[in-house]
Design a protein around this ligand. Structure first.
Ligand SMILES: [Zn+2]
Length: 326
């Protein structure tokens, strides 16, 4: 069977003798938003009103079933990145499967919530940081992309979060903090550079002091991969991080340990739940023209016809918009 493929933006014509069909995934007119929860946030309070969806992906199994909750014609899908029982190490999380699952569900926007350590004095425990930059200290970048195995693409990542979604989440978070007296002491930081270490052990004091002197703001183990994969999947992405500790650079504060993180998380998680409740009541409006939704326009280096069939099959939902069979 001979099929001609056109890949935007150049509309360069390539010919393939492979039998190659892009599956048409379910895309209706309703808006869909994904939420990923981290340590301490394993379900959303409205989950009892929703339904559970178990998905398989070409990249393996997501961390857990997705919980779907609907409001005002907007569907939210929640996923706990460490699993419902918090049994998946940061380096064991199958980020590709998690984000591919969200893509299958048709989400346009993804909000990532996580716990972080502070690297600067002004980021106090219990504060909220809307992360807008990342530094990669992982050794797993080959697992933080959908590409490889005969398919090459390079997405732009200078601005790793969606500015539009970042601003709307910042405004909503400010409303939540103002509306609840229990959160009045929480300071919202609208910018912050997140060092993504691998873990599972926390930083040494030397590492933490180095990050502090470099001027980075917070440290965590998970969300950079989500930002990269969301960009490749052309999904708008924003990251809310809850500060739990001062890592181990601070001379007057106790070095971080898991008990300290969990205690602060217990305080922080009520704010996370209040934020999600507000989010469900005020669904974020997507903008189809947002540049995130066109991230692959100038990224794909390998024509699908030249990719190994199994790689092309695994990528079909990722490339569905960019490469149109005719
Ligand atoms: Zn966007």
């Amino acid at each position: 069977m001979k099929i001609i493929l056109y890949c935007s933006p150049s509309k360069q014509k390539v010919e393939s003798h492979f039998f190659f069909i892009f599956t048409k995934y379910d895309r209706d007119n309703s808006m869909k938003t994904g939420i990923i929860g981290g340590s301490g946030l394993y379900r959303i309070s409205s989950a009892e009103d929703g339904r559970e969806i178990t998905l398989q992906t070409p990249f393996g199994e997501p961390s857990a079933p997705y919980y779907a909750v609907e409001n005002q014609g907007h569907t939210f899908y929640f996923l706990p990145r460490h699993g419902a029982a918090h049994h998946i190490l940061p380096s064991e999380i199958n980020h590709r499967a998690n984000i591919h699952g969200f893509k299958q569900l048709g989400i346009e926007q993804l909000i990532s919530i996580s716990a972080v350590g502070s690297l600067q004095p002004q980021y106090r425990p219990r504060d909220m940081v809307l992360v807008d930059q990342y530094v990669d200290r992982t050794k797993a970048s080959d697992r933080h992309t959908f590409f490889g195995r005969g398919a090459v693409a390079h997405v732009a990542f200078a601005e790793p979060v969606c500015r539009r979604l970042h601003q709307s989440m910042s405004a909503l978070l400010a409303q939540v903090v103002e509306a609840h007296s229990a959160h009045q002491s929480v300071q919202i930081h609208r910018s912050g550079t997140y060092v993504n270490m691998e873990g599972p052990a926390f930083s040494t004091r030397a590492e933490s002091q180095w990050y502090h002197r470099m001027g980075f703001d917070v440290i965590g183990m998970t969300t950079l991969a989500e930002a990269k994969l969301a960009r490749e999947a052309e999904i708008c992405f924003a990251c809310l991080s809850m500060v739990t500790d001062y890592d181990s650079w601070h001379e007057e504060e106790e070095a971080v340990n898991a008990g300290m993180v969990l205690q602060t998380m217990r305080d922080n998680v009520s704010l996370a739940h209040d934020f999600i409740t507000a989010l469900l009541a005020n669904p974020p409006v997507d903008d189809p023209a947002c540049s995130c939704h066109h991230a692959l326009d100038h990224a794909l280096m390998t024509q699908p016809a030249r990719m190994p069939p199994e790689t092309r099959d695994a990528l079909q939902i990722i490339l569905q918009r960019t490469c149109t069979p005719v």
